[in-house]
Design a protein around this ligand. Structure first.
Ligand code: HEC
Ligand SMILES: [Cu+2]
Length: 337
């Protein structure tokens, strides 16, 4: 709630006031009933204790109205907690589309951050105030968990070829806030943390471009890797190669062998690179070699960012894995070759 109150960290994101209001509601309901019951017990203890050695109590007959009340009132309160919690949670799990995407990689025992322009940070995360931020999280070893108490957000960071976890928030107050690993991950787990710096947008832009050393632009790095790792020999932009064109792929629906479709998000692209055989694009042969173990996490990010940058490139009519838009019968399906 209040930063002066040591009980609560500062409220520095869009979620913080909602999470805190819900917490206060739940705590108040619990304290109210706990106090009421305790006081009643003490009061009845004195009021109804046996006054004569041979006293016999009067039998009690229940009152249905009282019974109904103690069923209905707590039920309504419990359902209110559930409904309120669901509203806050659904908001947190539905990422808006206009986010600033930042990669965060957990590794025993540090956090590696990559800004959209390729700038790299360690145990530091800079974000502009008022922007919707999406963190794309991956682990290089064991399960970690990224937790920013001042934002009231946390998310597990999980190893494996087929996942990126994501989470979003909108910082509402400039400042510096602690973040932590909140999943026990080995000897130096307790030291695995850092600081989020929330800056004014202009400051952030200046910091991003001014931070001297900077990082190579991930799209450019990815484009270079795409040639070096021979991706380009199969994936021709015009769709005439042995592999689907990656133009327009990001965000599209991909038709898989077997008829299912999948949204081509970061996790799908990552899986397609590391374990291509996990999901085969319809009408293509499973001849892409798995790149798991051959690329660093940074290289996967660079390739992913390069493929994302192709979203605005013209999609060849034939030779993409993208599912024809439902109801668009004029769009010819990609051919088997
Ligand atoms: C030997 C040829 C070959 C090479 C080399 C190759 N791929 Fe592929 N790739 C394919 C084929 C064939 C498919 C479609 C079948 C499938 O899903 O496995 C595919 C599918 C994909 C997909 C999913 C495409 C879609 O439309 O859903 C992505 C993403 C991808 N490859 C990226 C890469 C990257 C990045 C590299 C280089 C690191 C690479 N590929 C190297 C043949 C290749
Ligand atoms: Cu950790």
């Amino acid at each position: 709630m209040q930063s002066q109150l040591p009980l609560y960290p500062p409220e520095a994101s869009n979620f913080a006031p909602h999470v805190d209001a819900l917490m206060i509601f739940i705590t108040s309901v619990c304290v109210f009933f706990a106090a009421g019951i305790t006081i009643a017990i003490i009061y009845f203890f004195f009021k109804y204790h046996r006054k004569q050695v041979d006293a016999i109590g009067v039998p009690i007959h229940g009152d249905p109205r009282l019974e109904a009340a103690w069923i209905i009132i707590p039920s309504i309160l419990a359902l209110a907690m559930f409904a309120w919690g669901a509203v806050v949670y659904v908001d947190y799990r539905h990422t808006p589309s206009d986010t600033l995407d930042i990669y965060v990689i957990g590794k025993q025992w540090m956090w590696k951050v990559q800004q959209p322009n390729g700038l790299k940070e360690i145990n530091e995360l800079h974000v502009p105030v008022g922007r919707n931020i999406r963190l794309i999280l991956a682990s290089e070893d064991v399960i970690h968990d990224f937790f920013v108490p001042a934002f009231r957000v946390k998310m597990d960071v999980i190893p494996g070829y087929n996942r990126y976890n994501t989470m979003w928030f909108r910082p509402t107050k400039a400042g510096r806030y602690h973040f932590f690993c909140s999943q026990y991950c080995g000897t130096n787990h307790a030291l695995m943390g850092g600081w989020v710096t929330v800056m004014e947008p202009t400051e952030y832009a200046a910091w991003l471009s001014g931070s001297g050393a900077g990082g190579a632009n991930p799209v450019a790095v990815g484009e270079k890797l795409f040639a070096e790792k021979a991706c380009i020999t199969c994936h021709l932009a015009n769709g005439t190669g042995r592999a689907p064109s990656l133009n327009g792929l990001y965000g599209a629906q991909v038709l898989l062998a077997g008829g299912a479709t999948v949204t081509a998000d970061e996790a799908y692209i990552r899986e397609s690179i590391l374990q291509p055989n996990a999901k085969i694009v319809a009408r293509y042969e499973p001849l892409m070699p798995p790149y798991q173990g051959q690329l660093t996490e940074e290289q996967v990010i660079a390739l992913t960012e390069y493929i994302k940058s192709l979203r605005s490139q013209p999609v060849p009519v034939k030779g993409s894995g993208i599912a024809p838009v439902r109801g668009d019968e004029t769009a010819p399906a990609p051919e088997k070759r």
